[in-house]
Design a protein around this ligand. Structure first.
Ligand code: GLU
Length: 510
C-alpha cells in the first residue's frame, strides 16, 4: 500500500470559505486514519488575486478547528518550500520538458489577437471559442511560426505564454474515488496556459508538479475542480508520471439551506449566518464578515457538523469527537449528492457540545462576555448561572445575552404579561411575598418556593395565576430559566428590591 500523503492547497485569495475547512478536514481525517501525512501548501501563483493576510487567516482557522499540519509553510518538511511563489524555478523546467517533447508550445498572441479569434468564431456561430486543437493552427505560436521566427521572438524578449498541446479527439479517463469512472473527450479541453507571461506557472502546472514532487497519494478537493482533473491526467501522462498519479476524490458541493443551488456568501449574509470560520475584514472594502468562532460556535461542534456534510458513518450516531471521526472515516462513505448546509443542524450540534461541558467550563464563556461589559462576578455566581441556563443556550455568548437580568435589574417589562397577568391578585401576592422574603434568612430556591406557597395559600390565590407576574418583576421577561433558582442567584436583597420597584412602577392595565 502506498503511504498516504494528502495536502490542503488553498489559494490565499481571501478568507477561507467554510467549504474549504471541510476539504481540509476530510484530508486530515484520511491522513490521521492511515498514519499518513497532512500537508499545507499555499497556491499563490496568481499574483493578481493575492490578498494580504489570507495565508495567516487560513493557518489560524485550521488551528482553531484543530486540524494539525505535519508538513507545510510553517512546519517546513522534506519538500520545502511549500509556498508556490517560492518554487518558481522548479515549474519552469517541467514546462520546458513539455515543450521539448512536443506536448506544449509557446504562444505569442496578444490580447487583441485573442479577442479577434473569439469574435471570428462567434461570427461563424461557433459555441466554442477556445484556444484549442481546432483554433491553434490559426494563431501566433510555435506550432505555426518557423523555428527561426520563434527563436527570434524569444531572443527579442517578446511576451509569451506556454500552452498545453491537448491531443486531438481522444477520450481521457480517470477513476474518481467518489464519482467512479469519469470520461471526457479531449475536444472539450482547451489548450490551457501552463506558464504565464510573467514567468509564473498557472494553477494546473504548479498543482500537478507539486503533487508529484511532494508524493501526494490522494487529491481530495471540491467538486469545482473536477473539470480540471482530465487536464491533470494529461499532464501526468506527458510528464511520464502516470504510475505516481494520486487518486482523486472530488467532494460534493455545499448547497444552500433549502437545497436549491450552491451555497454562497450572499445567501449566508441574507440568512444571517457565518460562512467563514473566523472574523474576516476584507482589506479592500474594510467590510467585516462575522466568523463561526465569533458567532459563538465551538470548534468541535463545527467540525462535527462539517464532517456530516457529505459523509456519514452509516450508523445513527451523530456526535463524534475528532478522534472518533478519525476512527470512523472512510472515503467510501462520502456521497456524490450535494450536501445541504443546514445551519439549524449546526446550531443543534453546538447546543449538544455546550450541554456536554461542565458548568465550570461554561462559566468561562460568561466571564468572557462580562469582561467585555466590564462587569465583575464571583465564580460561584457565574457557575450557578451556567447551571440554570445550559439547557436553554445555543451559543457561547447566550449565557450573557439571555442572562443579562442576573446583572442588571429590568427597566422594562414584557407588555403581554403585564396586560394579561398584572392584576389585583398578583399585586397582592407580590407585596406580601416581598415582605416575607425580606424577613427571611438567606434565600435559597427551596425557601423561595415554600414562602411563595405559604403566601398564596394564606391569600387563597393559586400560585399558577401569579407566577408570570413574579417572573416579569424579577427578570422583565415572559420566559427564562428556573425562577426559584434565579431568585436564589440574585439573593434576598435584590429580589425584594426588584419586586418593590415593579410594584411601584408597573401600571395596572385599564
Ligand atoms: N488552489 C486550489 C484551491 O484554491 C487547489 C485545488 C486543488 O486542491 O487541487 O482550491
Amino acid at each position: 500500500m502506498r503511504e498516504v500523503r494528502v495536502r490542503f492547497a488553498p489559494s490565499p485569495t481571501g478568507a477561507l470559505h467554510i467549504g474549504g475547512v471541510r476539504t481540509a478536514l476530510y484530508n486530515y481525517l484520511l491522513a490521521k486514519k492511515t498514519n499518513g501525512t497532512m500537508i499545507l501548501r499555499i497556491e499563490d501563483t496568481d499574483q493578481g488575486r493575492f490578498v494580504p493576510g489570507a495565508e495567516e487567516y487560513i493557518k489560524q482557522s485550521l488551528e482553531w478547528v484543530g486540524i494539525k499540519i505535519d508538513e507545510g509553510v510553517t512546519q517546513g518538511g522534506p519538500h520545502a518550500p511549500y509556498r508556490q511563489s517560492e518554487r518558481k524555478p522548479i515549474y519552469r523546467q517541467y514546462a520546458q520538458r513539455l515543450i521539448d517533447e512536443g506536448n506544449a508550445y509557446y504562444a505569442f498572441d496578444t490580447e487583441a489577437e485573442l479577442e479577434a479569434m473569439r469574435n471570428r468564431l462567434k461570427a461563424t456561430g461557433s459555441s466554442n471559442q477556445q484556444y484549442s486543437t481546432t483554433t491553434r493552427m490559426m494563431m501566433n505560436n510555435s506550432l505555426t511560426l518557423s523555428d527561426v521566427d520563434v527563436k527570434k521572438k524569444l531572443e527579442a524578449g517578446d511576451p509569451y505564454v506556454i500552452r498545453l498541446k491537448v491531443p486531438d479527439d481522444e477520450e481521457i479517463q480517470l477513476t474518481d474515488l467518489i464519482r467512479g469512472e469519469v470520461k471526457v473527450d479531449s475536444a472539450q479541453i482547451d489548450d490551457k496556459v501552463l506558464m504565464k507571461s510573467d514567468g509564473m506557472p498557472t494553477y494546473h502546472l504548479a498543482n500537478v508538479v507539486d503533487d508529484y514532487l511532494m508524493k501526494i497519494s490522494h487529491v481530495i478537493r471540491g467538486e469545482e475542480w473536477l473539470p480540471s482533473a482530465p487536464l491533470h491526467v494529461l499532464l501526468y501522462r506527458f510528464l511520464g508520471w502516470e504510475k505516481e498519479m494520486p487518486q482523486f476524490a472530488h467532494l460534493p458541493l455545499l448547497l444552500k439551506p433549502d437545497g436549491n443551488g450552491k451555497l454562497s456568501k450572499r445567501d449566508a449574509d441574507q440568512m444571517g449566518f457565518p460562512i467563514f470560520p473566523l472574523n474576516w475584514t476584507d482589506p479592500k472594502t474594510n467590510e467585516l464578515a462575522k466568523g463561526f468562532r465569533e458567532s459563538g460556535y465551538l470548534p468541535d461542534a463545527l467540525i462535527n457538523f462539517l464532517a456530516f456534510l457529505g459523509w456519514n458513518p452509516g450508523t445513527e450516531k451523530e456526535l463524534f469527537s475528532m478522534e472518533e471521526l478519525v476512527a470512523a472515516f472512510s472515503i467510501e462513505r462520502i456521497g456524490k449528492a450535494g450536501a445541504r448546509f443546514d445551519i439549524q443542524k449546526a446550531q443543534w450540534f453546538n447546543q449538544q457540545y455546550l450541554k456536554a461541558k461542565t458548568d465550570e467550563d461554561l462559566s468561562s464563556y460568561l466571564f468572557d462576555s462580562l469582561a467585555k461589559e466590564n462587569i465583575s462576578c464571583t465564580k460561584e455566581k457565574a457557575v450557578k448561572i451556567c447551571t440554570v441556563m445550559k439547557e436553554r443556550v445555543t451559543f457561547t455568548q447566550d449565557f450573557w445575552l439571555q442572562g443579562k437580568f442576573f446583572f442588571e435589574a429590568p427597566t422594562s417589562y414584557d407588555a403581554q404579561v403585564i396586560s394579561k397577568k398584572w392584576n389585583d391578585e398578583a399585586i397582592k401576592v407580590l407585596a406580601a411575598y416581598s415582605k416575607e422574603i425580606s424577613n427571611s434568612t438567606t434565600l435559597t430556591a427551596d425557601l423561595a418556593k415554600s414562602i411563595l406557597e405559604s403566601v398564596t395559600t394564606t391569600l387563597g390565590i393559586g400560585t399558577g395565576k401569579i407566577l408570570q407576574a413574579l417572573r416579569v418583576s424579577i427578570t422583565g421577561g415572559a420566559s427564562g430559566p428556573d425562577l426559584m433558582m434565579t431568585m436564589e442567584i440574585l439573593g434576598k436583597e435584590e429580589v425584594v428590591k426588584r419586586i418593590e420597584y415593579a410594584l411601584n412602577t408597573i401600571k395596572k392595565p385599564a
